[in-house]
Design a protein around this ligand. Structure first.
Ligand code: ADP
Ligand code: MG
Length: 729
């Protein structure tokens, strides 16, 4: 059996870097080659159509039908010129991957042949069957049909030979069944709310955009090794495997030189990204062995999220060309760092101001403080919800583990911003009254009016950090659709800004000056949301205690964390911002619980199988070799001598037997726990039962298997070990 292991290890370790087809031109020539961007629109669409489409995109207006027909015609021509044969609506159901149903362009020509055809109707709207996508019961109440409708703010692109049209996906009755629909709603809401507040400082502002720059972490594993690990293949993570003697202790991987095989993969991936208009920019080794990161230049949130979704599928494809498998799971290997996807997020006006950037004038800084403090207030108010937005069966392995942000949301500000907040909070009314005479904010702190923030002041332990001109939501998981986090964050901030604006309006109506009204409200918010601000070590045990005292959400059970979506404060917030109805929230939670249960169920099955079919037989065989040896010792030597010579083997046999006994018992108990859980009525109860009663067995089983791995003859061990999986040559 071990023959297979040695063969694949050999294969993996001897593999050379695969060649990369490097385009002759520089990136600016092929960047966006497969994207129907404005340049292609201009080239392929009649002038009037081009204008109407740009107008609809810029002003978020619906596209008239005649225009859609004309766009479809031009888009088809461009797609065919670039080798496309099929088209698909490309959408983001609640499965954490994208969905596509391809149709060929062909139609009967009435003469026994075909013509290639593509109409505005096919471009704008389709009706894929919604019943096979997770929908949380919405299809039962209503109809199986779903609609996918073109999101004109995200350009169509060609993947392989298929024209992909980014679409939203909703039910027959208009409930969202995807991530894009609520994300667009949340972005609209934060646009309106932030614009209203931004206009207090600059009346020329017409729109505020949310920006997202994600940093995608991932692991690479050689395909031969991957195929020899059924757990990796079926669950995306290793369910067993003893730590390698060397892993990341020496910290020699982070920013280390990139192995040539990996560098070839990265280059190939970047070229593909650039052709697809994904502005991939940064790449480096991450902390754990075999762990890497890719980050693009930030973009508007909706497009950035599409690009991340697209990246995840392109990555998998390119990795195969290089005989790698990409692991996007948050925690593929126990004992070493997991992978996240930091979401760098900011708001910016159409007049070119980044709202979380301090400026040179007092007015700019009051604007800066207004937006930063409102974000802090929103995160404080909805800390449980934001945690729910990033939580999943897979990310749960990463959060709370010692290298990752804890399962508590807090905000890191850095000392300079902390000092500014402190000063505002403590300022006396006399100082405030004085403010208006001095036309602006000067609180006698050296940083004001010119706040220059030290962006190197980083705290890697914080799940939500202010980093100079943006916030970095670090708790997001590497396999997640960023949409979930971005929906919750943008909507929560929108709600907070609406509130804030109302309060300012009331003060102004009562005759207060704008500056003092702002400062007064900010002071209140800073005080109220103080408990969310934490600059210390988020990994420490003390923080968990402290956070609980502060009243922050400290729930660690994934199924219970999801409850936050159905709290009154969340329902109200999503209703006010028009992002989710209560029905949608209920349906989506059903999906979350169901997904959780299914993931744990699959892992439990795989672990049970591996334990019983792979590990126990090998351990038994090794035990029998030892027993054989003991018998032979007894045959040859006299009793006393034999006793001392065989003692070590006898002890090992007993230990092996003990571990095997626990494993068998635990597997049986785990199967029972699953049976009980499966009979429960609601998805929530099932998920809770899986969390409380199934997962603990898995942990015990793994512990004992990992012990066996250290004892059983290396030659016999069937699965590639961590030390073999984790070091690319
Ligand atoms: P880090 O040092 O945090 O790892 P990276 O360079 O890896 O930084 O990634 C930072 C990400 O943040 C990039 O995607 C970058 O484009 C993005 N970013 C920079 N400024 C902003 C901003 N104002 N809003 C959103 N994202 C931003
Ligand atoms: Mg970062």
């Amino acid at each position: 059996m071990s023959q297979l292991r040695f063969k694949v290890v050999d294969e993996a370790f001897n593999r050379k870097a695969d060649p990369v087809e490097i385009p002759k031109e520089r990136p600016e020539k092929y960047y966006g080659k497969y994207v129907f961007n404005r340049q292609k629109m201009f080239e392929y669409l009649p002038a009037k159509t081009y204008e109407a489409l740009c107008n609809a995109i810029d002003n978020k207006e619906p596209l008239p039908r005649e225009v859609a027909d004309s766009v479809a015609e031009g888009m088809k021509k461009w797609a065919i010129d670039n080798g496309a044969r099929h088209y698909t609506h490309w959408f983001q159901p609640l499965t954490e991957t994208t969905a596509e149903k391809h149709d060929a362009f062909i139609d009967h020509d009435g003469k026994g042949g075909v013509v290639e055809n593509f109409t505005g109707k096919l471009l704008v709207q389709q009706e894929p069957d919604a019943s096979s996508f997770p929908n949380g019961g919405i299809r039962n109440t209503f109809e199986a049909r779903g609609y996918s409708a073109w999101d004109i703010s995200s350009p169509a692109f060609i993947l392989g030979n298929t024209l992909c049209i980014p679409t939203i996906f909703i039910s027959y009755t208009g409930e969202s069944l995807d991530y894009k629909t609520p994300l667009l709603r949340a972005l609209n809401s934060v646009d309106r709310a932030a614009t209203a507040v931004a206009r207090l400082f600059d009346p020329d502002v017409k729109h505020v955009k949310a920006y997202l720059g994600w940093e995608q972490e991932y692991f690479l594993v050689d395909e031969a090794l991957f195929s020899a690990r059924p757990d990796l293949m079926l669950t995306g993570r290793t369910l067993m495997g003893h730590e390698s003697a060397k892993n990341q202790q020496l910290e020699d991987h982070y920013f280390g030189s990139i192995p040539s095989r990996v560098e070839a993969f990265m280059l190939d991936l970047e070229i593909e990204c650039h052709k697809l208009g994904i502005p991939a920019k940064t790449r480096h080794n991450e902390v754990a062995p075999n762990q890497f990161e890719l980050a693009p230049i930030f973009e508007e949130c909706n497009l950035a999220n599409d690009h991340n979704q697209l990246l995840m599928s392109v990555m998998a494809e390119v990795a195969r060309r290089h005989h790698f498998r990409v692991l996007l799971h948050e925690k593929p290997f126990a004992g070493i760092n997991g992978s996240g996807k930091h979401n760098n997020w900011s708001l910016g006006t159409d007049t070119g101001t980044l709202l979380f950037s301090p400026g040179k004038s007092r007015k700019d800084n009051l604007r800066f403080l207004t937006f930063v403090v409102n974000v802090m207030a929103a995160v404080h108010r909805h800390n449980a919800l934001l945690k729910a937005s990033i939580m999943s069966a897979t990310n749960a392995h990463r959060l709370g583990a010692n290298e990752a942000p804890p399962a508590i949301i807090s905000i890191f500000t850095g000392s300079q911003l902390a000092q500014v907040l402190d000063t505002v909070e403590r300022s006396t009314n006399a100082e405030l009254a004085d403010l208006d005479n001095r036309e602006g904010l000067n609180l006698n702190v050296s940083q004001i009016p010119e706040i220059t923030l030290d962006t190197t002041d980083r705290n890697r332990t914080s799940p939500f950090a202010f980093t100079g001109n943006r916030f970095e939501f670090r708790a997001v998981g590497s396999s997640a659709n960023c949409g979930a986090a971005m929906i919750a964050l943008n909507a929560a901030v929108a709600e907070q800004l609406i509130d804030f604006k109302n309060k300012i309006d009331a003060r102004l109506a009562a005759g207060e000056q704008l500056n003092s009204a702002l400062i007064e409200e900010l002071r209140i918010l800073i005080k109220q949301s103080k408990s969310i601000h934490f600059d210390g070590n988020g990994y420490s045990e003390e923080w968990k205690e402290e956070a609980a005292k502060r009243g922050l959400d400290c729930e660690t059970s994934v199924p219970l964390i999801f409850d936050a979506y159905q709290r009154k404060s969340s329902i109200d917030m999503f209703r006010t911002t028009g992002v989710f109805s209560e029905i949608e929230l209920g349906a989506r939670n059903e999906v979350k619980w169901e997904m959780y249960t299914k993931k744990v169920q699959i892992e439990a099955r795989v672990l049970g199988d591996l334990a019983i079919n792979h590990v126990i037989p090998v351990a038994t065989r090794y035990q029998s070799i030892l027993l054989d040896n003991i018998c032979k010792i007894k045959e040859i030597f006299d009793a006393d001598k034999a006793k001392s010579l065989a003692a070590a083997d006898i002890a090992t046999v007993e230990k092996l037997a003990d571990h095997m006994k626990v494993i068998k018992n635990e597997v049986a108990a785990m199967v029972d726990a699953r049976r009980v859980a499966n009979r429960l009525d609601t998805e929530r109860e099932k998920a809770i039962a899986y969390h409380d009663n199934v997962v603990p067995h898995m942990e015990i089983i793994r512990y004992h298997i990992d012990k066996l791995e250290l004892m059983v003859d290396n030659e016999m061990w069937p699965l590639p070990k961590y030390r073999e999986l984790l070091f690319i040559r």
